[in-house]
Design a protein around this ligand. Sequence first.
Ligand SMILES: Nc1nc2c(ncn2[C@@H]2O[C@H](COP(=O)(O)OP(=O)(O)OP(=O)(O)O)[C@@H](O)[C@H]2O)c(=O)[nH]1
Ligand SMILES: [Mg+2]
Length: 376
Amino acid sequence: MRAILVGVQKKGETKSEAYASLNELAGLVEAVNGKVLGKILQKRDIPDPSTYIGRGKVEDLNLLVQGTKADTVVFDDPLTPSQVKELEKRLRARVMDRTDLVLEIFTRRARTKEAKLQVELAKLQHELPRLYGKGKALSRQAGGIGGRGPGEQEAEIRRRILKKRIHKIKEELEEVKKRRREQRKRRIKEVSKEGNFIRVAIVGYTNVGKSTLMKALTGRDVFKKDMLFATLDTTTSSRFVYPDTKLLFTDTVGFINKLPTELIEAFKATLEEIQEADLILHVIDATDPKWLEKIETVNGILKKLNLEKVPQILVFNKVDRLISSPDEVQYLDHSMMVGEYPNIYVSAERKWNIENLLRLIVETAKREKEETETTY
Ligand SMILES: Nc1nc2c(ncn2[C@@H]2O[C@H](COP(=O)(O)OP(=O)(O)OP(=O)(O)O)[C@@H](O)[C@H]2O)c(=O)[nH]1
Ligand SMILES: [Mg+2]
């Protein structure tokens, strides 16, 4: 993919915010091994109904596309099917939006049956409403006037097929959910025999080091890589902190800004695991200048999943890039204090401060438990 990126700076948005979003989009293009050849940003409050950006900007874009021999133009915001069609005609290149790109990455990364089903569901649910506009366009092409043209009939057939498949996948995912629930029940029954247990979900923006932290905490080698959305599957692993207290950790898929709703919906089966967690380890890349915005994005998605009430610990990771030894952690303390949750600095890769994190988890979970017990 040789891509040009297009973003729009909307009302109430600063130029640097709009550029940050475009830079992230560039990361998504690289995640499918694409190359970014140029970026265009337009200041605009209301999108043009037929081309999203203004007509003049489309001309600039066209020159850039032809000049760089780009084959794809990626828009940072959702486009309507007719906008895609119009833009493709004018630019003579493939046009896609952020959602298409994220779906593409997820499709490539999905390995297990469950992940594949969830991604397929998200794609179908993304496509379904788009078929409505398409039918009319196809009819006009075929010369149909009024009523239901041949294009619309074709779209209707496709819609019916999609709906059937969606239904089938949902049924299969229900089965998966049931199996997972039973697995969890069995697991909990097993561990409760051994004493106390605390369920901890590792959550955060993509590429912050969740899987690496999982490995540092439990020794379980889960797939980790310097790429967006390395993890699509939920894995649980455990570790004893005291002879009678076991921590159960769950590694999850990474979040991202403007994560398509279809994907959030589709991944609910996997993310159900977080629902039952006593505690969320919200992992943050301490070296990322945009860490505060990313905390907000993650919290926004947690809210959509009805998880905003689960207590958190904010884990600032990758501090080995900021300091040269774990002893210097004290110099970092309190500079990043945010909100009501406890904070801690760690390096998952170098295993710095992991023992303190374990202590903090136990303390926080205990305190939360006491608080809920006194409230009722
Ligand atoms: N320097 C440094 N790099 C780290 C640390 N923790 C993780 N990384 C690196 O960050 C990259 C992402 O790590 P992952 O553990 O895959 O991140 P993730 O949050 O699971 O990512 P997704 O599953 O893609 O959402 C990898 O290249 C890791 O080696 C750390 O403490 N220090
Ligand atoms: Mg991961």
